[in-house]
Design a protein around this ligand. Structure first.
Ligand SMILES: NC(=O)c1ccc[n+]([C@@H]2O[C@H](COP(=O)([O-])OP(=O)(O)OC[C@H]3O[C@@H](n4cnc5c(N)ncnc54)[C@H](OP(=O)(O)O)[C@@H]3O)[C@@H](O)[C@H]2O)c1
Length: 338
């Protein structure tokens, strides 16, 4: 593949300019089984060579380990990269295996300092609320996030898995650059409320898990059989048992489109997200996650693909047929509150 860089897009009105595809870094330390750290580091460097400038992490990924892992790469390329991290998934002191959602002011103040320390940076480019605790008014949460901007600790604000209504309320307090939500051929619930609100407000969409956590690439068919015991996907209802078997059959139209483009299934999934967002009139920066150089090259190449109307029509019914929800507990998502 050539080293020509991918196109750029503004990450929300007034937001930073970034490559049209970002890199999700979660799997480098967390959730998806063992990692080859040297290959992951090489993947970060290769991504940057190809014009990927937006890198996504969170304090919760490996309890801070992901931020620490990424820090040397970020520091070596500080002026070339736009770094996103997140707060809100807290570990209760007496239950280290549990996660609770914290949106309160003292927690956010503590979380931002901890992320800055682990990243060893003076400022975070894009700071997200990772998950929403509806018991805390969103105005209060975004109010303190806005203070962090004024104090120079954070440049831009983002929200993950918020509803359209929550996004509107937040935007009334401070401009929001980006909403990060799951969006893929298998997960389209955000098109009902979040996508129209983002378009109306000039907020960019950062689709996470655009490859359906790898399932849309055909790289695994059943999480319980194909993935290691600690892999998070074994807890996701659509990747196990009868659901998984039914969902594998839904890859067939993707395979047909892929064959007609001499492309991979994953490339079709990524091209679809890009094109679907364009149809909705939205700036979009999907953040597929990979730890492998060969896959970053494949994924980045999808930004240059164009799907025809016939292709889009063939792919259209897939999401409505998916068996099983995207999380075991959907209150964790915007769809659970819309
Ligand atoms: N806001 C949130 O709540 C939230 C939730 C989940 C994720 N995220 C963010 O979104 C990012 C991306 O989501 P994700 O990692 O869950 O899912 P994803 O991007 O849909 O899929 C990642 C999986 O696909 C595999 N993969 C990547 N490219 C491939 C290719 N070309 N061929 C075959 N397999 C390929 C990866 O394996 P290898 O790594 O081995 O290549 C990994 O297992 C994360 O890294 C994280 O930063 C945010």
């Amino acid at each position: 593949m050539t080293d020509s860089k991918i196109a750029k897009v503004e990450l929300g009105t007034g937001g930073p300019e970034v490559g049209v595809q970002g890199l999700g870094c979660m799997g480098m330390s967390f959730a998806y089984g063992p990692t080859d750290a040297d290959e992951a580091r090489a993947t970060l460097e290769r991504a940057l060579e190809l014009g990927v400038t937006h890198y996504d992490t969170a304090d919760a990924y490996g309890q801070g380990e992901n931020e620490k892992f990424l820090s040397p790469f970020f520091k070596a390329h500080r002026d070339e990269v736009v770094i996103a991290t997140k707060f809100a998934l807290a570990i209760p002191p007496d239950e280290p295996t549990k996660r609770i959602i914290r949106n309160d002011v003292p927690y956010i103040r503590q979380a931002v300092e901890a992320s800055l320390k682990r990243l060893d940076l003076d400022v975070i480019d894009l700071y997200y609320m990772h998950r929403r605790d509806p018991s805390v008014p969103i105005e209060e949460t975004v109010g303190v996030m806005a203070e962090l901007v004024r104090e120079g600790k954070v440049k831009h604000l983002g929200l993950s898995e918020v509803t359209g209504g929550e996004l509107r309320a937040a935007q009334a307090v401070h401009p929001i650059a980006a909403v990060q939500s799951e969006w893929s051929l298998f997960s389209r619930d955000i098109e009902a409320g979040v996508v129209p609100a983002a378009r109306e407000l000039g907020v960019a969409l950062v689709p996470y898990s655009p490859l359906g956590r790898g399932f849309l690439t055909g790289s695994f068919a059943n999480a319980e059989k194909d993935l290691t015991a600690d892999d998070f996907r074994r807890m996701q209802p659509r990747f196990t048992g009868e659901n998984a078997a039914a969902n594998v059959a839904l890859l067939e139209p993707i395979r047909a489109v892929a064959d007609s483009h001499s492309a991979s299934l994953g490339q079709i999934a990524l091209a679809w997200v890009q094109q679907q967002a364009a149809m909705h009139g939205l700036p979009v920066v999907p953040i597929p996650g990979t730890r492998k150089r060969s896959r970053i090259e494949e994924n980045v190449a999808a930004t240059r693909m164009v799907l025809s109307e016939d292709d889009m029509a063939l792919l259209e019914p897939i999401a409505s047929k998916v068996a099983g929800t995207r999380y075991a507990d959907m209150t964790f998502t915007s769809a659970g509150r819309e």
